[in-house]
Design a protein around this ligand. Structure first.
Ligand code: DX5
Ligand code: ZN
Length: 546
């Protein structure tokens, strides 16, 4: 939504936070992966993009405050603080160890407590239901002092059974605390069961509204929606704000997702490598709207948004860099009003530096230019300007082009590399299989030189070529004809997702086999693997696992 969030960098940081959290939990042999993962996007978006704070000056008087009231999400909270820069992430491996600063539940940082706490922790949590009251105290004090600090409080839905939550919510309404934003991690699980079985909370939205709060509701794993709601919250006056974030407990590890048994249990340490590979393998589907019937872009966007795709791929063609002409920044500006989905803009134009400002102003989230269309200096300037505006910079490479030497010096701040699998210029072209080895080679080369961004596959991607490019290292998949060419958009998106899942499960199974935990992994993953058993040729093996 053009939120200057440098979308792919934010996604990567949240991914890193999940990876550090799981390393801490498996190393300790205990901890709460479920809540650490359901709240990962919430805490990541606050610390990496929204909150005013300074890791080098944790007590900055103008800082915003974060109160983590669902304190058992400590591993996820610690890893967000670490990735934000408050301490070295590998300290997560000391989680819950005797003498570690990172204990099972966070302790408010102070000189006195510095041996079992880290800078940045504002509140000692543990027994739930209290953090909101503390947040209200801080918000009220800041208001009375006429200060501009904002207070963000994270609460859980199990925690919302506590009477104190509702006492506190009345007080916040009474004092019109518009400097207070509370986010509900609505993952529908508490301890070993589902909230609606244990203590039904719905209609939760009406409850908060009835207590004089402004209430927004978002998909709690979509950073663009969280950021959009946080921005809208800052426009609310005379009311505290509640953001209901619909989340999945354990999101990120498929056999932990929405499964109460992973509330407070650690996966075995021997599985860590495979879990890390899964967390690093999130796939993003980006339909290309130039495919299928001519134009009608608005309708095409609405249809795929309903199917839960991750981004919209916008192919800009100028009739010079490629023979075809599609649309330009003015059209993107109009489409921008339609959706909060990130815009993945692929510029197939000559002299991209000359018109980059138009695409910045059109509020694209990712802007990719062709290596064949700019010099090293031009690309460096483009990259700098995009990052300055919070836009993810990308570079695209045609089938016949090699990676230029100078690109290795730009990898640090490069968020995506498109490796074209067709010669650019139109949708619906045939995939060029000879690109697969190149893609694998480039992925390896770039990672060895410190590239931590995404490889994007673009051109002739369908259910078959998606798996091939997945194995070659791609994690963003553009699909034009495969989505819009057949008339069944719903079926097409589901099929692509399914194929991405098969590719993921195959990769994780191979990894588990390599480190001699195949049976162990299959046991932990059984209910996830069953739908793919045929494609993975593991039916008998899976059946034998009790
Ligand atoms: C080609 C474009 C692609 C294309 C994708 O120049 O960059 O994004 O539209 O469409 P399909 O998936 O049909 O090849
Ligand atoms: Zn494209």
């Amino acid at each position: 939504m053009g939120l200057n969030m440098r979308y792919l960098d934010l996604k990567r940081k949240i991914r890193d936070a999940r990876m550090w959290a799981i390393q801490g939990i498996t190393e300790a042999g205990s901890g709460h992966p479920g809540a650490s993962f359901s709240a990962a996007e919430i805490m990541g978006t606050l610390y990496f993009r929204r909150m005013k704070h300074d890791p080098s000056n944790p007590n900055w008087s103008e800082r915003d405050y974060f109160i983590n009231s669902k304190a058992h999400s400590a591993p996820g909270f610690y890893s967000a603080l670490a990735v934000a820069g408050y301490f070295q992430p590998d300290e997560l491996r000391s989680l819950r160890q005797l003498g570690s600063r990172l204990q099972g539940h966070p302790v408010r940082y102070s000189e006195h407590q510095k041996h079992h706490s880290v800078p940045g922790i504002e509140y000692s949590g543990g027994s739930e239901g209290i953090g909101l009251s503390v947040g209200i105290g801080i918000a009220l004090a800041k208001k009375l002092e006429g200060k501009k600090n904002r207070v963000f409080v994270l609460i859980g839905d199990g925690e919302s059974n506590e009477g104190q939550i509702w006492e506190a919510s009345m007080a916040a309404g009474k004092f019109k605390l518009d400097n207070l934003v509370t986010i509900l991690d609505r993952n529908h699980i508490q301890q070993d069961g589902f909230t609606e079985d244990i203590m039904p909370l719905d209609p939760i939205k009406d409850k908060w509204a009835a207590f004089n709060w402004e209430v927004f509701e978002v998909d709690g794993h979509r950073v663009e929606q969280i950021l959009d709601a946080l921005n809208r919250a800052s426009q609310v006056h005379d009311k505290p704000v509640m953001i209901i974030a619909n989340t999945v407990k354990g999101n990120g590890i498929r056999h932990m997702a929405n499964n109460p048994q992973w509330h407070g249990k650690a996966p075995p340490k021997r599985q860590t490598e495979v879990l890390l590979e899964e967390l690093e393998s999130e796939c993003l589907i980006a339909p290309s709207i130039i495919a299928g019937e001519r134009e009608n872009y608005e309708d095409k966007i609405r249809k795929v948004e309903r199917e839960g795709v991750d981004m919209i791929h916008l192919d800009v063609m100028d009739g010079r860099f490629v023979p075809n002409t599609t649309f330009f920044a003015d059209t993107i500006k109009k489409l921008r009003r339609l959706t909060s989905l990130p815009f993945d803009t692929h510029l197939m134009i000559e002299n991209p530096l000359g018109s980059i400002q138009e695409y910045i102003d059109a509020r694209c989230d990712i802007i990719t230019v062709h290596v064949e269309a700019c010099t090293e200096n031009e690309f460096r300037e483009i990259q700098e300007r995009l990052i300055d505006k919070g836009i993810s910079p990308g570079i695209a490479i045609n089938p016949g082009t090699d990676v230029p030497k100078w690109l290795y010096d730009c990898l640090h701040n490069l968020d995506v590399v498109i490796i074209m699998s067709v010669n650019p210029g139109a949708a619906g072209q045939k995939f060029m299989p000879e690109v697969l080895d190149k893609m694998m080679g480039i992925n390896k080369q770039l990672r060895q030189h410190g590239f931590r961004g995404y490889i994007e596959a673009d051109g002739g991607i369908d259910a078959t070529t998606l798996q091939q490019t997945y194995d070659a290292g791609a994690r963003i998949f553009v699909a034009g004809a495969a989505v819009y060419g057949g008339g069944d958009i719903h079926g097409a998106v589901i099929h692509l997702r399914h194929k991405a899942e098969v590719a993921l499960e195959r990769r994780l199974l191979n990894h588990a086999t390599q480190i001699n935990i195949r049976a162990d992994w299959m046991k932990a993953r059984k209910h996830i693997l069953i739908p793919y058993a045929n494609e993975l040729r593991i039916e008998e093996e899976l059946h034998a696992i009790k």
